[in-house]
Design a protein around this ligand. Structure first.
Ligand SMILES: Nc1nc2c(ncn2[C@@H]2O[C@H](COP(=O)(O)OP(=O)(O)OP(=O)(O)O)[C@@H](O)[C@H]2O)c(=O)[nH]1
Ligand SMILES: [Mg+2]
Length: 367
């Protein structure tokens, strides 16, 4: 999609638009779609529409993909139109800086839920929330203001992840079914599954939605004392990834003695772990109340048959986002916004009303 805006927008597009059925771009009212071609040679087939506004802008939908779009851009440049980045476009579109930031981030949302939340912010939800916060501060209701800032900062932990998603790693001993589980959770055959222990040697990833939250799942090499240097390298990478992941899903094999797969569990961070007892379709070799699990609650799953996957999906979602933002809430979604809110809250805690108001202004204003 190409948008041309500014005082000469319609004239410039008119100069290079070849309508399919006669009549110029401005034939009929604004908002009417016009089919035509743009660009040298045959150019690209496009649908152009004049958008009401003062001055009116023109939106051009190109049909031929990125390379054909270049033909359209080249023609527009010939008509005196300059190129702008998406940030500049958003700044020209949006009434506030935060709404412009949301317009830039929205097309990158990996899931519907992420898109919904960002679309709310593009519609002004966070701006309205900050106006409310400002009103509480100016009204002297500092406790309430601190409460609102706390809530915004809590939601910001979710908001800043909407674009890139969270990272969860499937870890465990060789052959417990990590790759099979990745495929089952991702819904397609991404990783190689084989009965031979040590099948996965590098980190294989797939993005999936868990209750609407985008999560990059990483399948890793099974943890064991490997002789093979390639496998050992994969095992080291898995350990490093586990350290920086948001969540470690430790996979155990329910059909084999627990010691075989639990040995590798030592050292995984407890707070960010979920435990899965896989191969629940086979006769169990141990019980979920084994003392050696040290109170860790394991979820029974059969990656092969799909049993327990809904519960596991829900548990992963809950582990990464324990408290989702309320529907339609104002949610900070950039680190810059979260930092700004941190300054607002610090000023409020210090009782410095003027500094808190300034911090909101700088958070909302164009830098
Ligand atoms: N019966 C049964 N077999 C399973 C299940 N999950 C995996 N398997 C089988 O267990 C074997 C190992 O599965 P993988 O997914 O390759 O195991 P892995 O943990 O990725 O193994 P490495 O890559 O070697 O670390 C394969 O033969 C799978 O078909 C399950 O839920 N039930
Ligand atoms: Mg594997």
């Amino acid at each position: 999609m190409v948008q041309v805006w500014g005082p000469g927008a319609v004239r410039a597009v008119e100069a290079c638009f070849r309508p399919a059925r006669g009549g110029g771009l401005m034939l009929g009212p604004a908002g009417r779609l016009r089919l035509g071609r743009m660009g040298r040679g045959a150019g690209d087939e496009v649908v152009a529409v004049v958008l009401e506004g003062e001055p009116p802008a023109v939106e051009i939908q190109c049909h031929g993909g990125p390379a054909a779009t270049e033909l359209v851009l080249e023609a527009l440049e010939g008509a005196g139109v300059g190129r702008a980045g998406v940030e500049q476009w958003a700044a020209a579109q949006a009434a506030t800086r935060i709404r412009a930031e949301a317009l830039v981030d929205l097309p990158h949302a990996p899931t519907l839920r992420a898109a919904e939340i960002l679309a709310e912010q593009a519609g002004g939800a966070l701006d309205r929330e900050l106006e409310g916060l400002d009103a509480e501060i100016r009204g002297g209701r500092l406790d309430r203001a601190i409460g609102r800032a706390d809530r915004l900062l809590a939601d910001g932990r979710v908001g800043v992840r909407l674009r890139e998603g969270w990272r969860a790693i499937l870890a465990g001993a060789p052959n417990v079914g990590k790759s099979r589980l990745l495929n089952a959770l991702a819904g397609f055959r991404r990783a190689i599954v084989a009965p031979t222990p040590g099948t996965t040697r590098d980190v294989v990833t797939a993005t999936a939605a868990f209750d609407g939250w985008p999560v990059l799942l990483a399948d890793t090499a099974g943890q064991r004392a490997a002789e093979d240097p390639v496998e050992r390298h994969g095992i080291d990478r898995a350990r490093r990834m586990a350290d920086s992941a948001d969540l470690v899903v430790l996979v155990l094999d329910l059909s084999r003695p627990l010691e075989e797969s639990l040995g590798v569990a030592s050292g995984w961070p407890r707070g960010r772990s979920l435990v899965v007892a896989n191969k629940a379709d086979l006769p169990a070799a141990w019980g979920l109340d084994e003392p050696s699990l040290r109170g860790l609650r394991a979820l029974r799953v059969s990656a092969e048959r799909g049993d327990g996957l809904d519960d596991l999906t829900a548990a992963i979602a809950k582990a990464i986002v324990p408290g989702p933002p309320a529907p339609c809430a104002g949610v900070p979604f950039r680190a810059r916004q979260v930092e700004g809110l941190g300054r607002v809250r610090a000023a409020l805690r210090a009782g410095d009303v003027a500094a808190a108001i300034r911090a909101i202004e700088s958070l909302r204003g164009w830098a």
